[in-house]
Design a protein around this ligand. Structure first.
Ligand SMILES: Nc1ncnc2c1ncn2[C@@H]1O[C@H](COP(=O)(O)OP(=O)(O)OP(=O)(O)O)[C@@H](O)[C@H]1O
Length: 693
């Protein structure tokens, strides 16, 4: 049953599910640009005709010329004597040293002499549309990128024609941190395993319907609700993902901004699928800006692509050559030996990205298994050159940078208990880097002076993305299937914490509620009608008062699970509040239990029944203890993962104590029951002996 479709029918984005060919194909980790479905007409190296029109006559010629240019075309001017050795001829005969960077990428080389400082907020209004501080733009025609308007927006060819002051205002307010969640469709395997779609999306919120078992083995559903800047469901295309995430930040990287877009999520959740089209689409827009708005301004685009695997750096555009990271005297990070390619058209970028992806997969045995253990980082750097004069040599300075990170599978961080030593080390490294990344984002959003970039290799190499004027877009990729529920919740909690790190963002709400379902474990939740997941069902389910007199009250069995909340607030979750009165009724019943007169016992059958009850009781007792231990373990993992400072720790421990206390109370109740049974047993024995058996 397509629960998703039914639940979300009201929303425009919730169409009946369909599965892309791509998803149904087994090849999961093809190179980023392999699938033509990911390269929409707008991302093709030949821009659509209407795009030419948008530039006007002169603009279109200009753009056509640039597209036709080869690697060396127009790059002589940027020749750098220190250029590194030529890459292989695979990029064509036109390859020349002039197109490559020195091989030592100074990712901090911002030259303040080149451009006057411009606040990011002025980007659209003051700089993209008008001449800036005497640097008149040749084109009067503005370049307007669509804003963060989300799904169902106008096609690309409308983007630049609908410039309005409102658009400009919106474009100028690009959030410092944007957290977006993307849900992929169920895949073939999951469908074959009858796994359910447990993610419900409505607008920018989503709900995870987690099926859980009570101690008495009945199932109930716990709902976890999250709110993000945007939630993209399985119907959303890669084009729309681009528009929602990266497109708004492209113009501001011309304004001394470093932007980072990363995908986070478990293996197979769609990180690569989501990330692979983005650099190409962004390059296309960057080149448009360079050839139109910033025509003749001396801007150049450079591409580099490397991966971090087991804490080591490898150049994906240079046969996976091992790279070295160095800090210079000014504490600026340099990646020694990293090849950086100057590009002037989309086709070149496509080739480079293809090559990098191919190197990434073949260099790591080609298995998805391996790629999910590395972070792949593709950087687009915008540089600008100045003419030298008598005293000063010509210089090329980095103006802005856009980094795309396809992170290692988040669950890999948990591989720290694996038997294989290498796996354990990798897991620890991944864990460290994911935590460090979150910490850096937090620090930069709070404008903290100290950014803990040294926390991991990943954050060290991204150091320049965490200083100065920066933007971060996080795309959390999730699988919809019930089998991935735990990983999905972990991903969403990570994303939630990143979001809650934002000052003034109080949108975070992971609310948890439980819907008690009366059906026993033998009836799968999947067989319930969709309405079974609606809140009102909880009431209905509790109408039934036909509860065994020895059944503990509902509340007693209700799982209490704390969740780490922002600002140290941890709220245990109980059942739906409106059920309380009914639970109390049950509780009264339970409290009355010891007064229940024992039935007269006359046979061994009765004795056996009593013993069976006792055995069940002991089992329930044991389960309670196991459950408690699981909660403690799970929450300790969360704590480690959250790596929150001490202010949260106390609160957390208090909450944990409360849970343990409650569990202890439950155990006490069980002991009371046990005593009751023992009393009955004794009476039985007395009865038996007095009857002379
Ligand atoms: N939104 C989507 N629509 C259709 N297919 C998707 C979507 N997201 C992912 N897929 C498919 O799911 C499979 C796994 O995706 P992908 O390789 O991107 O996962 P991943 O998170 O990068 O995994 P890993 O961490 O192992 O590299 C691929 O076959 C991909 O085509």
């Amino acid at each position: 049953m397509n629960r998703q479709g039914q639940r979300s029918g009201a929303s425009a984005v919730h169409q009946p599910r369909h599965y892309s060919e791509n998803l149904l194909e087994p090849s999961s980790n093809a190179s980023w640009l392999h699938s033509h479905s990911n390269i929409h007409s707008s991302s093709s190296f030949i821009p659509p005709l209407q795009d030419y029109n948008l530039y006007g006559g002169g603009g279109s010629r200009m753009y056509r010329n640039s597209v036709q240019r080869s690697f060396s075309g127009g790059s002589d001017y940027y020749y750098d004597a220190e250029a590194s050795a030529l890459p292989k001829k695979k990029y064509g005969e036109e390859v020349s040293p002039a197109d490559f960077s020195p091989g030592l990428l100074d990712i901090h080389s911002f030259d303040t002499e080149l451009l006057p400082e411009m606040p990011a907020s002025d980007v659209s209004d003051a700089t993209l549309y008008q001449p800036t501080l005497g640097r008149g733009f040749d084109d009067a025609e503005p370049y307007m990128l669509s804003k963060q308007s989300g799904r169902g927006r106008a096609p690309d060819n409308n983007l630049m024609s609908n410039v309005s002051s409102t658009d400009k205002e919106k474009s100028s307010s690009v959030a410092k941190i944007k957290v977006v969640v993307r849900k992929r469709p169920l895949n073939k395997k999951e469908i074959a395993k009858n796994e359910e779609d447990i993610i419900e999306t409505i607008s920018n919120s989503l709900t995870v319907h987690e099926t859980k078992l009570k101690v008495d083995l009945t199932q109930y559903v716990e709902k976890h609700e999250f709110v993000f800047d945007a939630v993209l469901n399985e119907e959303v295309t890669n084009d729309e993902v681009y528009r929602e995430t990266v497109e708004p930040i492209v113009p501001i990287i011309f304004q001394r901004t470093k932007a980072t877009c990363f995908a986070y999520g478990q293996t197979g959740s769609g990180k690569t699928y989501t990330m692979k089209p983005l650099p190409l689409k962004a390059s296309r827009d960057i080149l448009r800006l360079m050839h139109h708005t910033y025509k003749n301004q001396g801007f150049q685009l450079f591409v580099s692509f490397f991966e971090i695997y087991g804490g080591k750096l490898f150049d994906l555009l240079n046969d996976r050559k091992k790279l070295c990271m160095r800090e210079d005297g000014k504490q600026q990070v340099c990646i020694v030996g990293l090849q950086e390619y100057q590009v002037s058209d989309v086709e070149m970028i496509k080739e480079l990205i293809d090559q990098g992806n191919a190197t990434r997969s073949t260099g790591t045995t080609g298995a998805n298994e391996e790629s999910s253990r590395s972070h792949a980082i593709l950087q687009l750097a915008i540089k600008r050159s100045t003419d030298g004069n008598g005293s000063k040599p010509p210089r090329v300075a980095v103006i802005g940078k856009l980094s795309f990170i396809d992170l290692a599978g988040s669950e890999r961080g948990a591989d720290t208990t694996d038997n294989d030593k290498q796996t354990r080390i990798e897991g620890a490294e991944i864990n460290k880097s994911l935590l460090a990344l979150k910490e850096c984002i937090r620090a930069l959003d709070n404008d903290q002076g100290h950014i803990p970039f040294r926390g991991s290799k990943l954050t060290e190499v991204l150091r320049d993305s965490f200083v100065g004027n920066s933007r971060t877009v996080m795309i959390s990729c999730i699988s919809p299937s019930s089998g991935s529920c735990e990983h999905t919740l972990n991903t969403l909690r990570y994303a939630d914490r990143v979001k809650s790190l934002s000052k003034g963002h109080n949108s975070k709400k992971e609310t948890i509620s439980s819907i008690n379902l009366k059906e026993s474990i033998t009836i799968p939740v999947s067989s319930f009608p969709a309405s079974a997941y609606e809140d009102h069902v909880a009431d209905a389910s509790l109408e039934d008062n036909d509860v065994d007199e020895f059944s503990p009250p509902e509340e007693y069995y209700e799982e209490v699970k704390p969740s780490l909340k922002k600002y140290g607030k941890i709220e245990p979750s109980y059942g739906v509040t409106e059920d309380k009165s009914k639970k109390q009724n049950n509780q009264i019943k339970w409290k009355d239990l010891p007064n229940v007169e024992p039935k007269t016992v006359h046979s061994d059958d009765d004795l056996n029944a009593l013993l069976k009850e006792e055995e069940d009781l002991v089992n329930a007792h044991r389960k309670q203890v196991e459950e408690t231990m699981n909660i403690v373990r799970e929450e300790m993992n969360l704590l480690v993962e959250a790596d929150q400072p001490g202010n949260q720790l106390d609160d957390y421990v208090t909450k944990l104590n409360a849970i343990l206390t409650q569990k202890a109370a439950g155990i006490l109740q069980l002991q009371t029951r046990l005593a009751h049974f023992q009393k009955r047993l004794k009476e039985h024995n007395v009865l038996v002996s007095s009857n002379g058996y």
